[in-house]
Design a protein around this ligand. Structure first.
Ligand SMILES: NC(=O)C1=CN([C@@H]2O[C@H](COP(=O)(O)OP(=O)(O)OC[C@H]3O[C@@H](n4cnc5c(N)ncnc54)[C@H](OP(=O)(O)O)[C@@H]3O)[C@@H](O)[C@H]2O)C=CC1
Ligand SMILES: C[C@H]1O[C@H](OP(=O)(O)OP(=O)(O)OC[C@H]2O[C@@H](n3cnc4c(=O)[nH]c(N)nc43)[C@H](O)[C@@H]2O)[C@@H](O)[C@@H](O)C1=O
Length: 312
């Protein structure tokens, strides 16, 4: 099978490429990055996909960032994601690529709604303001896949992951996601001997975090058989925790004994985001990495990046 992964050096894309090489070494894998093709360029993307003629695409490229980054640059999160998604999905349709997995997001669901969230809850009520632009692009991508499947008989499906974390995450205290930011902040406090770490918001919001390599491994297994999937499929670990609990887990991973203080001028976002992933579980989804193990792995990856940086 000839496989195209977009966003091939992102957090999820890197895990996808790693898992593909392990699980399906005979496949012809193309894990592409921006230097191969800028996916906001519709014509260049169409040329690339037509020439490659992949059997399946896992579209994992997007402009992605933590809550503060999305609030600071809502235009980019809406515009670039619309451009990237329309380029990739329309090129795939035109080239009649038979299968495409679009990596969507749980932000397509309403801010204040029942928990856990079901696949049918998209567009049922207003979106979370902090994620609105990004979510509108993700909803457009999701609908494009649904329409293309129905209209042209293609197998274009949407994975709807919960919040993700993993060893290839971005450890930015300002633009990263919660777990990478928490590990970096707690590590820095530990090294500096600082008595406290600043947590954004009140620490009470709840999130479900899934370990990206678990998701990647399952996606690799599913490639080539997406016809068994519904139009969109929730993919979450199954449990949510408070932000405080994630910081506690980071404190344990780092071995830090200081305390937390709360910066309530920073956004908390939606109070809870938990997916009902029972449809995926019926298809065999069974992520196995515990939060403790995952945190320890991500922290080890962070320490390795520091070592590489110091050695260069
Ligand atoms: N991280 C999370 O918590 C969650 C992520 N998702 C979704 O999962 C997918 C993967 O996310 P994740 O791995 O975390 O994100 P990353 O930011 O780590 O990776 C995304 C990749 O997309 C690439 N990209 C962005 N714009 C372009 C472009 N115009 N042309 C070519 N490449 C581009 C980026 O390249 P560059 O570095 O050059 O910009 C980057 O390598 C995304 O669709 C995201 O929306 C869904 C739920 C949660
Ligand atoms: C599914 C969806 O999931 C994500 O959206 P998010 O939940 O808005 O993202 P987040 O990881 O930035 O915040 C989570 C929570 O954590 C709190 N928090 C505390 N302290 C820090 C902190 O230091 N940094 C960050 N970023 N958050 C912090 C913060 O206040 C908030 O309550 C995206 O990955 C998005 O790409 C996506 O697709």
């Amino acid at each position: 099978m000839r496989v195209l992964i977009t966003g091939g050096r992102g957090m999820l894309g890197t895990s996808l490429a790693e898992q593909w090489a392990i699980k399906r070494p005979d496949d012809e894998l193309h894990a592409i990055v921006r230097a191969d093709v800028d996916l906001t360029d519709k014509a260049a993307t169409a040329r690339y996909i037509e020439k490659l003629a992949p059997d399946t695409i896992v579209h994992a490229a997007a402009v992605v960032g933590g809550i503060a980054a999305k609030l600071a640059n809502p235009t980019r999160y809406l515009l670039d994601n619309l451009l990237v998604d329309t380029s990739v999905i329309s090129a795939a349709i035109d080239a009649r690529v038979p299968e495409l997995l679009y990596i969507g997001s749980a932000v397509v669901y309403p801010e204040q709604f029942r928990q856990p969230l079901l696949e049918g809850d998209m567009l049922a009520a207003p979106l979370e303001p902090a994620n609105e632009g990004y979510a509108i692009a993700k909803i457009a991508g999701t609908k494009l896949c649904e329409y293309a499947s129905a209209e042209f008989g293609l197998r274009y499906r949407v994975a709807v992951p919960s919040n993700l974390y993993g060893p290839h995450d971005h450890f930015s205290p300002t633009h990263g996601h919660l777990i990478a930011a928490a590990l970096k902040k707690v590590h820095d406090a530990s090294v500096a001997g600082a008595p406290t770490v600043s947590v954004w918001g009140d620490g009470l919001a709840r999130r479900e975090f899934t370990y990206a390599p678990d998701l990647a491994a399952w996606i690799v297994d599913q490639a080539g058989r997406l016809e068994t999937w519904p139009a969109l499929l929730n993919l979450g670990q199954g449990t949510d925790h408070s932000i405080n609990e994630y910081y506690d887990a980071a404190r344990t991973a780092v071995g830090y004994s200081g305390d937390f203080e709360y910066d309530t001028d920073k956004p908390s976002g939606t109070p809870q985001r938990l997916l009902d992933s029972s449809r995926a579980r019926a298809l065999g989804w069974a992520p196995s990495t515990t939060l403790e193990r995952g945190m320890a792995n991500v922290y080890a990856a962070y320490l390795a990046t520091i070592e590489r940086h110091n050695a260069s």
